[in-house]
Design a protein around this ligand. Structure first.
Ligand code: SF4
Length: 296
């Protein structure tokens, strides 16, 4: 794997409370080889050349240590926004794991979004962080059908493995949730898919699901996605062109039905789905974990 130069790795977020309530962003790797056909990080506006070639940031751990040491204000760090922190190289490189150890040592919290069950390897460090700071682990799941996930997210664990990873995290007392996005028009935007994901989330002990019943498309990301539609779903690209033109937000025409089935199922299982509730709940959970430590 190649390396790229980086001066900073942890950056302050612009809107601390909007996206999972974290104050800092961290991306240790650049690019991602999980191959999701809809990946937004492929868009030209992010200026990542050869996106599917993963590169690690040079001296990443030294930079992270230095940045954490200098930060006056503790807070929650979000990881996984632009590239998956558990790409296949991470198994041997341990950069994400070592970064978590630093986050633990310097007293910060962590929110991770991934599609890989490799996250369960780091349960011990995540539990250590949870003893002093908020922790929230998110697996993205867009379809309950493993065969479909092999097509739309070809180089990462199939959905059933991700549900297993969620169950393992939850069994170990870690606050977990699902990002149910994107839901691709004409592909996985069925009531059956949404209901099945919520049912299996409940079985896995998941506390929240955050959805978007549609996909965003722009620039070269749209071209890549359309090429993949032609390859795997002939005839669907033409429907997108007719319905959405050059629109960025391409919401499913089943949006209302999907939202109704989703909301009802989540309420039945007491699964959260509003961002403000999710943020309050995982931060409150962390305080409970810390209080419980005083009982010993
Ligand atoms: S795992 Fe995330 S970053 Fe990687 S290709 Fe898929 S959507 Fe993109």
């Amino acid at each position: 794997m190649d390396f790229v130069q980086a001066r900073t790795i942890i950056t302050k977020t612009k809107k601390p409370d909007y996206w999972f309530g974290y104050e800092y962003n961290m991306n240790i790797y650049r690019g991602c080889n999980h191959g999701c056909i809809y990946c937004d990080s492929r868009s030209e506006c992010y200026h990542i050349e050869n996106f599917s070639e993963v590169k690690a940031k040079e001296n990443a751990l030294e930079i992270i240590r230095d940045q954490l040491r200098r930060k006056v204000k503790k807070g929650v760090i979000g990881c996984g926004g632009m590239s998956d922190p558990y790409n296949p190289y991470e198994k041997d490189m341990l950069l994400t794991r070592n970064a978590l150890e630093l986050i633990n040592a310097y007293g910060f919290g962590i929110v991770i979004a991934t599609k890989s069950s490799l996250i369960t390897r780091d349960i011990d460090v995540i539990q250590d962080i949870n003893r002093h700071s908020p922790v929230c682990m998110i697996l993205t799941i867009t379809t309950a059908d493993d065969d479909l996930s092999k097509i739309i997210e070809p180089n990462v664990n199939v959905s059933s493995k991700r549900f297993e990873a969620l169950a393992t995290l939850a069994d170990n007392g870690i606050y977990t949730g699902i990002l149910l996005m994107p839901v691709l028009p004409y592909i996985n935007d069925t009531e059956e898919n949404i209901k099945s994901i919520v049912d299996r989330a409940h079985e896995a002990g998941v506390k929240f699901i955050y959805p978007y019943f549609g996909v965003t498309l722009r620039q070269n990301q749209r071209c890549y996605y359309y090429d993949k539609l032609d390859e795997h779903f002939p005839g669907i690209k033409e429907k997108y062109i007719e319905q959405y033109g050059n629109r960025y937000r391409c919401s499913s025409s089943n949006y209302k039905k999907l939202w109704n089935v989703f909301q009802k199922s989540c309420k039945d299982y007491n699964i959260l789905y509003r961002m403000s509730d999710i943020i309050s709940a995982y931060k409150a959970n962390s305080r409970q974990v810390q209080l419980s430590l005083f009982d010993y």
